[in-house]
Ligand binder design. Structure first.
Ligand code: DGY
Length: 326
């Protein structure tokens, strides 16, 4: 019997052709609807490999149902949707998709920063809604980006790629991270600083840290209070690194000037969410890595990782590397 794979989202046929040649592949039939939990709970029982996306919580309870599962290939660099400890305990490999999405996600992060600063989305809606009556000096006037200070919180590969873009805008670049990044300091001129210094000095505070127990709600009411009144908060990592209720209050009370958000605590966010009612919020539906080429590359890595594990080879991008040491 061929090993079997379950894919939790409909992917283009050509992307899974390779898998179909060698394995029994089953795929959820919808592109924009998550696989229902009961379907996933039933499918996971027999499969050897699971291909997941960020909106699939892979919990201890789900993994406990799996009798043959050897790999979870998650189509994202982030893996906070997966209980890594529970997978590792069961000897299940967890793979992600780093590197291929770095530049694409940095592009979107910087686009979001520019859009929030210069009110691009608001202005585009304004003209389409027929509200433009005449040119006026402060119509939709926003904030300059050029030569301002950017504070990048979470200086991984995407953080460094954002810093490179900021350098092109003549920005002063501050960063905070668990470890120092000598390369970014020497080549890009980024300056390491404490979290407090970063939030106090930055005109643009950019959240790019992965979501962990430590980073959950690291942007809270106290933090927003310490930011400049003219500052903009940009989040392209995970919604839950910010406490959304406090962010909402900070935006309404004008403690900060605005926010650019690609991610939310609860996704998909409802159109009725109070944050989406604010003119000073530029919101996007978690499209950081969403270019056609990059999404294809991410699928390709997942497919390759699954193939490698099911044929006894080392995966390319393993998260729980301790499994290789066993
Ligand atoms: C990631 O890769 O973690 C992104 O957020 C998903 O597009």
């Amino acid at each position: 019997m061929k090993p079997s794979i379950y894919i939790t989202r409909k992917l283009p046929d050509e992307c899974v052709l390779e898998l179909q040649e060698k394995f029994d592949v089953k795929m959820w039939d919808h592109e924009e609807i998550s696989v229902p939990r009961e379907v996933l709970f039933s499918e996971i029982e027999e499969v050897d490999a699971l291909f997941t996306v960020v909106s699939d919580p892979v919990t201890e309870e789900l993994l406990a149902k799996a009798k043959n599962l050897r790999v979870v290939a998650n189509m994202a660099v982030g893996y906070d949707n997966i209980d890594i400890e529970a997978a590792t305990k069961r000897g299940i490999y967890v793979c992600n998709t780093p590197d291929v999405l770095t530049e694409t996600t940095a592009d979107l992060t910087f686009a979001l920063l520019l859009a929030a600063a210069r009110r691009v989305v608001e202005a585009a809606e304004f003209i389409k809604e027929g509200k433009w009556q005449s040119w006026s000096p402060f119509l939709l006037a926003g904030h300059d980006v050029y030569q301002k200070t950017i504070g990048i919180c979470g200086m991984g590969k995407i953080g460094e790629a954002v810093a490179r873009r900021a350098k092109g805008f003549g920005m002063e670049i501050l960063y905070h991270n668990r470890s120092r990044k000598p390369q970014a300091e020497q080549v890009i001129g980024a300056k390491y600083c404490s979290f407090d210094e970063l939030i106090e000095k930055s005109d643009f505070v950019v959240a790019l840290a992965p979501l962990t127990a430590e980073t959950k709600h690291m942007f809270n009411a106290d933090v927003f209070k310490k930011m400049k009144h003219s500052a903009l908060f940009i989040n392209a990592s995970r919604g839950a690194v910010a406490d959304e209720a406090s962010l909402y209050d900070a935006l309404v009370d004008k403690q900060i000037a605005g926010a650019g958000l690609d991610v939310f605590e609860q996704e998909p966010i409802s159109a009725d969410h109070p944050l989406l009612k604010l003119a000073n919020v530029t919101a996007l539906p978690h499209i950081g890595s969403a270019s056609i080429d990059t999404r294809r590359a991410m699928i390709h890595i997942c497919v390759e990782n699954i193939q490698r594990i099911l044929t006894g080879q080392e995966p390319k991008t393993l998260v729980n590397t301790q499994l290789l040491e066993r």
